[in-house]
Design a protein around this ligand. Structure first.
Ligand code: UDP
Ligand code: MG
Length: 327
């Protein structure tokens, strides 16, 4: 079957980026032109900027770009809501108009040429293509170590994320329509897309230095993102409390036996054994109870997200339907 050429929307969040946008917007435009010239995406593909409540001329620059060239379009959030929300706003805006979207930062750090390989992977059948950083040579030692620790810690805490994948990603409109059924407010996109499922693959790319301007992701925001990622995707920290509570209860039980035995066999200070028994008993039972309450709380939390319980990707062609199509 002849595959249709997809309409691509490149979704780019921008927060206070007046220094970098005039440079990178043309790089994005050139890459889009290349993809259109090669017939890999339709000629009415678009570059969609999402202004995330910038405090400088970013929105004016976007308006100027859109006035000059119809391939540039923009939306502006009413205030700064953070990178994840900006990407989400762009993807939701694009999902009814595009066949595929690629989200990418606007600072030129992520190798733009990887888009072509992403589109190729889509044409080979993948509906989500994760951009994965092949090296972090240009990152500082500190950024590299903290970022790698970030992925390991997330996975340890039960939030499964693709290693070294940030938010440079191709997603099909079909996946986005299912993604829209994930109603949670605290979003951590890179951990949520794997939950949607569908055929996915990875594409390697080089991570460069920012072309201009400054990072808006200092360590403080990265930590906040990690905590958001874990608490949005996993209730493992609660389970850990329960497990520690269980272990402490066991130890406490041994402690009670030891204190009682010691008091019977040796001359201990009056009141010592009963005090140790009370401390051991209370320590364990309190943590264990917290863990049990937490398990229920975690379930309620997950229920409150109203995530879809199943998503169907394929159906066999029934005889009835095939006949109807032939009529
Ligand atoms: N960004 C955003 N809202 C924010 C912070 C950042 O839309 O509140 C955008 C920013 O313009 C950029 C991307 O998110 O396109 C990644 O931010 P940045 O480059 O500052 O982060 P880093 O690459 O240093 O982690
Ligand atoms: Mg950056």
């Amino acid at each position: 079957m002849e595959q249709q050429v997809p309409r691509l929307f490149i979704v780019i969040p921008c927060y206070t980026e007046e220094q970098v946008l005039p440079v990178t917007s043309h790089m994005f435009r050139d890459e889009l032109q290349l993809l259109m010239d090669e017939g890999k995406v339709t000629d009415d593909s678009r570059i969609l900027f999402v202004n995330d409540g910038s405090r400088d001329r970013t929105w004016e620059i976007i308006e100027e770009l859109a006035a000059e060239d119809t391939h540039f379009i923009g939306i502006s959030q009413s205030r700064n809501r953070g990178h994840q929300n900006a990407v989400l706003a762009g993807l939701m805006e694009a999902k009814e108009q595009a066949d595929i979207t690629i989200s990418i930062d606007c600072d030129g750090q992520d190798d733009i040429t990887a888009m072509e390989r992403m589109v190729d992977a889509y044409r080979d059948g993948a509906e989500i293509v994760y951009g994965v950083r092949s090296s972090r040579a240009t990152d500082t030692w500190f950024k590299r170590t903290t970022a790698q620790g970030f992925y390991k810690f997330l996975n340890l805490m039960g939030a499964e994320v693709v290693y070294n994948h940030a938010d440079y990603r191709l997603v099909s409109a079909r996946v986005l329509r299912h993604f829209a059924d994930f109603h949670e407010v605290n979003i951590f996109l890179r951990g949520m897309f794997p939950l949607v499922g569908f055929k996915s693959t990875c594409v390697d790319y080089e991570r460069h230095e920012r072309l201009a301007g400054e990072s808006h992701y200092p360590l403080r925001k990265m930590l906040a993102l990690a905590i958001d990622g874990i608490t949005s995707l996993s209730t493992k920290p609660i389970t850990l409390i329960g497990e520690v509570g269980f272990a402490i209860s066991l130890l406490g039980f041994l402690g009670i036996l030891w204190a009682a035995g010691d008091a019977l066999l040796h001359q201990t200070a009056p009141g010592w054994a009963s005090l140790v028994c009370i401390v051991c008993f209370l320590g364990g039972i309190q943590l264990l109870s917290l863990g049990i309450i937490g398990e229920y709380d975690g379930k309620t939390y997950m229920e409150s997200k109203h995530r879809p319980r199943y998503i169907i990707s394929e159906r066999t062609e029934t005889v009835e339907r095939a006949e109807r199509n032939c009529l």
